[in-house]
Write a new protein. Structure first.
Length: 284
């Protein structure tokens, strides 16, 4: 299995629009491990479409508890379970992830109990373990290492960038963050930096479409990065490739790939990929 990154859901924010992309989720296959990063709506369908056998779920990471990153965590695990999951899955998430999972199982307790009794399934609550992490090293399993950096995503305080390393290859996810210079050290020399991004000219139209204008604009500007800022982090970190992801706006017909590229080129000239759902980036 070649090492690869698949952008499953590439839009920022929880809204769905006709024909538009899904909220945040990614698949990282590295060193024989199958790793899901974030579980926004659509993650289950997109993993299946990416050729992943849900029975083989292995590691799941949640960067923070905004719904566009966690809404489908329970349904993904439950669907994997009904698909025949028989091996343990560990979910690494910020404080509160255990609470979410416990309440999800409570909400589904009728179905869970009946499938255990009627279909002889193992107890999903024993198959899934939740590991709540903070800043620093999160995983050191053989040659797989994962570390976390708290980023700047107010008012959420537990929001973590993640760095995955295996066999000399490294992939860093920015999570949701305003321009955060410390991320450049954290991402230093990475093969791929997946960074969130906004495009200034799209924000006003998005705010007008969504209603709740002033507050939404305030949140976006305080908590997210412009594409130019993602380029600046990529340059300071000296990464080999920047993948712009969690695009805001992601479904504005007046904005195309060329606009995102032009914005990054103001600050950075290196290898660049603009995410779209299902896009595969090989880890050379
Ligand atoms: Zn988000
Ligand atoms: Zn967020």
């Amino acid at each position: 299995m070649p090492d690869r990154l698949v952008l499953l859901g590439s839009k920022g924010g929880p809204a769905l629009r006709p024909g538009g992309p899904w909220p945040s989720s990614s698949l990282l296959q590295i060193g024989g491990r199958t790793i899901v990063v974030d579980c926004g709506l659509g993650v289950t369908r997109s993993l299946a479409d990416a050729g992943i056998d849900l029975k083989g779920l292995d590691l799941i990471f949640i960067t923070h508890l905004h719904s566009d990153h966690v809404l489908e965590l329970g349904p993904l695990l439950h669907t994997a379970w009904t698909a025949g999951l028989a091996t343990p899955v560990t979910v690494f998430g910020p404080p509160g992830t255990g609470h979410y999972w416990q309440r999800f199982c409570q909400a589904m307790e009728f179905d869970i109990a009946i499938r255990i009794a009627d279909e002889g399934r193992p107890d999903i609550r024993e198959l899934v373990s939740i590991d709540e992490f903070g800043e620093g090293q999160v995983v050191a399993q053989g040659s797989l290492k994962v570390s976390a950096l708290r980023v700047d995503h107010p008012p959420v305080t537990d929001c973590f960038a993640l760095r995955f390393e295996h066999g000399g290859k490294s992939v860093v996810f920015s999570a949701d963050t305003a321009f955060f210079p410390a991320l450049a050290d954290f991402a230093e020399g990475a093969d791929i930096l997946v960074h969130e991004a906004m495009l200034e000219e799209g924000i006003e139209r998005l705010v007008a479409r969504t209603g709740n204008g002033a507050r939404l604009r305030e949140h976006l500007l305080a908590s997210h990065s412009f594409a130019e800022e993602a380029g600046r982090i990529a340059g300071d970190a000296g990464v080999k490739r920047l993948v712009l992801n969690h695009l805001i706006p992601a479904d504005d017909h007046e904005i195309g790939e060329a606009d995102w590229i032009a914005a990054v080129r103001r600050t950075w000239m290196g290898d660049l990929t603009i995410a779209r759902d299902g896009l595969v980036v090989e880890l050379a």
